[in-house]
Write a protein that binds this ligand. Structure first.
Ligand SMILES: [Zn+2]
Ligand SMILES: [Zn+2]
Length: 338
């Protein structure tokens, strides 16, 4: 099968690898679509050489292990991006990402576990079947949508409260979509890229601002006459903690969803004096996946404005370089069999 492997720090190239064989409770998925995640861009420079990354995949089951009973060849599924032990307390609760034995997709450390490939291994317990009316491109957004769903859920936004979303990359946009779907009336989105601010408005933001020319606190006062009770951070860049805690109202909540590999120096006096609740949110459970699939299938959320392009595996190495430079692109999907 064709895969995109890491050939040098930060660099991918298409190569041939053997199609993986499933373990007893595993299956092989023919990858129909796989999304490029911001975390893939952050991770590529430090990913293992020869490894295959990518974790936002959906596809069609092509082979099942001997003990698999709930999946069959031809089933279209999405999967939580890990294969867990199946027997610990977290797994039994439907929370496989917290499993200590979990093998993560996209880390590049194990053959067959990367999504930038024609085929990938999945675990039976981590798969959720896709309804027929859900096409592969929208289904490939299930993973990032679920990240956004979890961020919004943890922010506990009450009726009438104000929300600021920092960053209108794919995760920030999914936060906007869910906040709107859950009835949040006031959603202000901050992003320096004009094209992304436009998509944020199309996906339900009630206001947008460019942080390079507008002060966030002043913009909130202008829009609402108050500061937001909730700030959800989806920037993943140094400085995000101070921006979020500086903008939030006294007694408010800050939810940090951006990924950062570098240590960050933060001002802890501001959130201390304001009495801010700060939470880091990353993993989600199977119940979140099921909710996302159901809401997409019923047409109650529409993330399609955030899809910028669908490319082939051969185009992926160059696309990673493009995405690392300033650009107007939002979510780029790969169709490995095209
Ligand atoms: Zn992702
Ligand atoms: Zn487990």
């Amino acid at each position: 099968m064709k895969v995109a492997t890491v050939i040098a720090p930060g660099e991918l190239a298409v190569a041939e690898q053997a199609v993986p064989s499933p373990g007893l409770r595993e299956a092989v998925l023919r990858v129909d679509r796989v999304g490029i995640c911001g975390s893939d861009l952050h991770y590529l420079p430090v990913a293992p050489l020869g490894g295959v990354i990518g974790h936002e995949f959906v596809g069609t089951i092509s082979e099942v292990g001997a003990h698999v009973s709930t999946l069959g060849i031809g089933d279209r599924v999405c999967s939580i991006p890990c294969i867990s032990c199946g027997s610990c307390a977290h797994c039994l609760k439907g929370d496989p990402m917290k499993c200590l034995e979990s093998r993560l997709h996209g880390s590049g450390e194990e053959a067959g576990m990367g999504g930038f490939a024609e085929y990938v291994l999945v675990g039976e317990a981590e798969c959720v079947k896709l309804p027929d009316n859900l096409d592969a491109s929208r289904a490939a957004l299930i993973e990032p949508l679920t990240v956004g769903l979890h961020l919004v859920e943890r922010a506990d936004i009450a009726l009438g409260e104000h929300l600021v979303v920092l960053g209108a990359g794919p995760i920030g946009l999914t936060v906007v979509l869910w906040a709107r779907a859950r009835g949040v009336e006031h959603i202000l989105v901050s992003d320096p890229v004009a094209a992304r601010r436009e998509i944020a408005l199309a996906m339900g933001a009630t206001g947008v601002l460019d942080p390079t020319s507008t002060d966030i606190v002043e913009a909130c006062q202008q829009h609402w006459g108050c500061l937001p009770e909730v700030v959800i951070e989806c920037m993943g860049r140094a400085g995000r903690f101070d921006i979020a805690t500086g903008a939030v109202a006294r007694g408010g909540r800050v939810v940090l969803g951006g990924m950062m590999f570098e240590p960050e120096t933060v001002d802890s006096m501001t959130p201390f004096m304001k009495g801010v609740r700060v939470e880091y949110v990353v993993q989600y459970a199977l119940k979140h996946y099921h909710h996302t699939v159901e809401m997409l299938a019923q047409g109650r959320i529409d993330p399609s404005p955030m899809i910028s392009a669908v490319i082939s595996l051969a185009e992926l190495p160059e696309m990673m370089e493009t995405l690392n430079k300033p650009n107007d692109l939002c979510k780029v999907l790969v169709a490995p069999h095209s």
